[in-house]
Design a protein around this ligand. Structure first.
Ligand SMILES: NC(=O)c1ccc[n+]([C@@H]2O[C@H](COP(=O)([O-])OP(=O)(O)OC[C@H]3O[C@@H](n4cnc5c(N)ncnc54)[C@H](O)[C@@H]3O)[C@@H](O)[C@H]2O)c1
Ligand SMILES: O=P(O)(O)OC[C@H](O)CO
Length: 429
């Protein structure tokens, strides 16, 4: 079987409740690879019901001679989430007439312990044995170790690498992509430059001169790989039609995507929750219990909102109630990698470094929270805001060994003067 063999039955209570609220498309389960028929498969109707695919011609782009062109999708990245993203996209490019079937996936090449190249293995058994073992990606996913070659024909670029590698990747892509490319970033992180913080979507837009949306949410990749029901949020700047196209390209019966016009709010939620997840992991490692963890999550959410609104006055309160906000915070603090490694860090009394624990526990997968905590701390100290964000500041100081893990509670208890933050904010980057 291939494609939509969702584990939830069409009559499961959750699916029924969601459908009653008109927020989930009707079931199209058990579509096999061979039986996918463009003319017969109905258009996906995600929550905000984009009409891109539903309206008569199936293609979106037309040349001057009126000939329709199909969009080509490339995924830049092939880690745990990158591989799942490729799987999601590949099931939809087969189904939607306005996309080429093939989804190209750029792989940061490595040699496996067997001596084989990761790319060769992915292409021969259709599985990313290192970052997503046991899951077939779809036969239309093609792994490519050559970055330039992977992007050269793409109209739609999906960026999903750990954030620390994006600056170098963008530098390599300058002048190598088509002029009409649309991009989306699934990357949870930011850069801090001399001028101030720079979100990864802005880095992509500025370095490559292209529009870039974001997709964030309560999305532990391994669960989505198993086709368990999840939600996600697309953040867009102005072009609603492009946002709809991304919603359509990612939506499946088990992956429900909603678009909101708040690119910075969505991206900051996805970025900052990783810092709170470290705090939650410290609490778990110290066995402080659920009430303490809930308190830390609440304080963290308050700091996420205040920090986001201080950086970008356009950030909307409602964004924090989308999947990218409170839902992602909860799932990451319960089951994410940042939480898990922070728990081990606290259990070891801070004596083993995050780098060491990451290498041992994640085997090549990367944490985003530790570097994000440092980046946030840089912004806070630059702007004189350290006192206003005790949880964010304390997480960084614990990570670098200046404070013990137990400080997470002692220091986060200090009353933050967040009422001071309800002022206007300047837009940076
Ligand atoms: N895994 C998840 O559950 C999940 C869910 C949502 C969002 N995200 C976000 O997606 C982004 C990517 O995470 P992931 O889970 O796909 O990756 P990962 O942590 O599983 O894997 C690390 C990836 O980095 C690559 N890499 C290593 N060194 C590199 C280099 N020098 N240059 C370029 N690439 C290099 C590796 O080949 C591998 O593909 C992160 O921002 C993460 O926060 C992850
Ligand atoms: O495993 P983490 O901590 O990187 O979090 C994964 C995702 O961001 C959860 O949505």
């Amino acid at each position: 079987m291939y494609g939509f063999s969702a584990p939830m039955t069409p009559s499961s209570p959750l699916i029924l409740a969601l459908r009653l609220h008109n927020s989930i498309p009707p079931p199209r389960f058990h579509v096999s690879f061979s039986s996918v028929s463009r003319s017969m498969s109905p258009a996906m109707e995600p929550q905000e019901r984009p009409q891109v695919e539903a309206s008569a011609p199936r293609s979106n782009d037309f040349s001057s001679d009126g000939v329709a062109h199909k969009s080509k999708v490339t995924v830049v990245g092939s880690g745990n989430w990158g591989s799942v993203a490729a799987k999601l996209l590949a099931s939809n490019t087969l189904r939607l007439g306005s996309f080429h079937d093939e989804v190209r996936m750029w792989v940061y090449e490595e040699t496996l312990t067997s001596g084989a190249k990761l790319t060769d293995v992915i292409n021969s058994i259709n599985e990313n044995v290192k970052y997503l073992p046991g899951v077939k990606l779809g036969k239309n996913v093609v792994a490519d170790p050559d970055l330039e070659n992977a992007v050269k024909d793409a109209n739609m670029l999906v960026f999903v690498t750990p954030h620390q590698f994006m600056e170098g990747i963008c530098r390599k892509l300058v002048g190598k992509i088509k002029s009409n490319v649309e991009a989306i970033s699934l990357i949870k992180g930011m850069e801090v430059k001399m001028e101030g913080p720079c979100m990864i979507s802005s880095l992509i837009s500025q370095q490559l001169g292209i529009n870039c949306c974001v997709l964030m949410g309560a999305n532990i990749a391994n669960e989505i790989a198993m086709e368990k029901f999840s939600e996600a949020t697309v953040g867009y700047r102005e072009n609603r039609q492009i946002a709809n196209k991304w919603v359509q390209l990612f939506s499946t019966p088990y992956f429900l995507v909603t678009a909101v016009q708040d690119v910075e709010g969505v991206e900051l939620c996805g970025t900052l929750k990783n810092v709170v997840a470290l705090a939650a992991g410290f609490v778990d490692g110290l066995e402080m219990g659920n009430n303490t963890k809930a308190a830390i999550m609440r304080i963290g959410l308050r700091e996420m909102k205040a920090f986001s609104k201080l950086l970008f006055s356009s950030v909307k309160d409602t964004t924090f109630f989308e999947s990218c906000g409170v839902a992602d915070l909860i799932t990451t603090c319960l089951g994410g990698r940042n939480r898990k490694v922070a728990e081990a860090f606290a259990k070891n009394g801070g004596k083993r470094s995050f780098d060491e624990l990451e290498a041992e526990m994640l085997q090549g997968q990367k944490l985003q929270g530790v570097s994000t905590a440092r980046e946030v701390y840089e912004v806070l100290s630059h702007r004189g805001w350290l006192e206003l964000f005790p949880l964010f500041a304390t997480v960084h100081e614990i990570c670098i060994g200046h404070l013990p893990p137990s400080a997470i509670v002692e220091h986060s208890e200090r009353r933050a003067r967040l009422s001071l933050l309800d002022g206007s904010a300047t837009q940076y980057c």
